[in-house]
Design a binder for this molecule. Structure first.
Ligand SMILES: Cc1ncc(COP(=O)(O)O)c(C=O)c1O
Length: 396
């Protein structure tokens, strides 16, 4: 039998769309494929490239999902999510962030990623410019470009701990600028923007009539800094994105959410109604338990935060001691290491770290971070010590 999936090439009836062809092939793919290939050959490779908590989902959350299945809550839900969850999210925004989003100004999506995607699709027109502090999470420029808009990077530096300079941001505003995307605590830098910086960015948005999309997925993972929501300073300009993935170790459950102006949320719902319909019903009940089970959830977050902080201190000290300058991130679970001592080209440095030290890291190329690689420390301390030992052998 001849299977259609074995057909090679994209000519004939399967010519891909311009949109699909416009997607930039990720430079991390080369490293990931090489890591998989080495593993297949039986080489013991440690992955420091994962972007998800290594903890299990808390028990009270799992129990709520099982109860939802048992009681038949396995059907379509409202497009914007079950009302109980939207109420819990509205209460969470008020309690933890000081933000006022009524339940009908909240929508639930299949992961934070879909909330961002729906937002860009609902708000951006071709040619609109979107300011994105760099280094950035790879999906922002790609999603913005899929919406036909133009990502504009606003550089930040390791010397400032990747803190955003509001003047540098404002200097890039043009008549076509429509939106600012913020991510604090940030992936890949771990930077937490200070309240003063956020206040100044809010001023930029107000002066130029810009939308702020703020991705607060890592809000609970802050160590020496205070996480503040920019929605406090420019509520009439802000769409706040968050989700269950990083806070409650629920990456596979695919629950994200957004709070924003009613009309924008309605447009995001309309888009969702014609694509995925709704986030998984079972996952919505699980997320509800995470958001409502205040005590058990708070204990889990404290435990995770403490563990990440200890790991961060070990990995930052270790990499700096090896001569790979690494700023101390104040949040999330990533570090950015300067790899000049290994090779000035970060792709080549990542290749050597993989081939010779058997550690998979992500080159900064796609993050807008040349000369640097990203390591995730969402892994246990023993593994971190072993990673430092292995990278050390490259440098001696
Ligand atoms: C900054 C940032 N935003 C959003 C997401 C996506 O989260 P989700 O898994 O809920 O789609 C990630 C995941 O890596 C992320 O790092």
């Amino acid at each position: 039998m001849r299977a259609a999936c074995t057909l090679r090439g994209m000519s004939g009836p399967f010519q891909l769309s311009d949109r699909a062809l416009s997607l930039k092939p990720s430079s991390t793919v080369a490293v990931t494929s090489r890591a998989l290939e080495l593993r297949r050959q039986g080489v013991d490779v440690i992955s420091m490239s994962v972007g998800e908590p290594d903890f299990d989902t808390p028990d009270h959350v799992k129990a709520a999902a099982m109860a939802a299945i048992e009681s038949g809550k396995t059907k379509y839900t409202a497009v914007s999510g079950i009302p109980e969850l939207r109420e819990a999210i509205s209460a969470k925004f008020a309690r933890e962030n000081g933000l006022s989003y009524a339940p009908d100004c909240v929508t639930v999506t299949s992961g934070g990623k879909q909330a961002l995607f729906n937002a860009f699709m609902a708000l951006l027109n071709p040619g609109d410019e979107v300011l994105i502090p760099a280094p950035y999470w790879v999906s922002y420029p790609e999603m913005v470009a899929l919406a036909g808009a133009v990502p504009v990077a606003v550089p930040t530096t390791p010397e400032s701990g990747f803190q955003l300079d509001p003047q540098a941001l404002e200097a890039r505003v043009t008549p076509r600028t429509r939106m600012i995307v913020l991510n604090s605590p940030g992936n890949p830098t771990g930077a937490v923007f200070t309240p003063e910086v956020l206040q100044a960015v809010a001023g930029v948005a107000q002066r130029h009539g810009l939308i702020i999309v703020t991705d607060e997925m890592y809000e609970h993972l802050v160590y020496d800094a205070r996480q503040v929501s920019i929605g406090l300073y420019a509520p009439e300009h802000t769409l706040t994105i968050n989700g269950a993935s990083k806070a409650y170790a629920m990456t596979g459950w695919r629950i994200g959410y957004a709070g924003g102006p009613r009309g924008v949320i309605a447009a995001m719902n309309a888009l969702q109604s014609q694509s995925t319909s709704n986030a998984s019903s079972v996952s919505q009940y699980a997320a509800l338990a995470a958001l409502e089970g205040h005590e058990a959830t708070a204990r889990f977050i404290d435990m995770a935060r403490g563990a990440y902080r200890e790991r961060r201190d070990v990995i930052v000290a270790g990499l700096n001691a090896l001569g790979l300058p690494t700023p101390t991130p104040q949040g999330a679970f990533y570090v950015m290491a300067n790899t000049d001592r290994i090779h000035t080209d970060e792709l080549e440095a990542a290749r050597r770290i993989l081939d010779d030290a058997r550690v998979a890291v992500v080159p900064g190329t796609d993050f807008g971070a040349p000369g640097q690689v990203r390591l995730s420390y969402a892994t246990d301390l023993n593994t971190i010590h072993e990673v430092l030992r292995r990278i050390g052998t490259l440098l001696t």
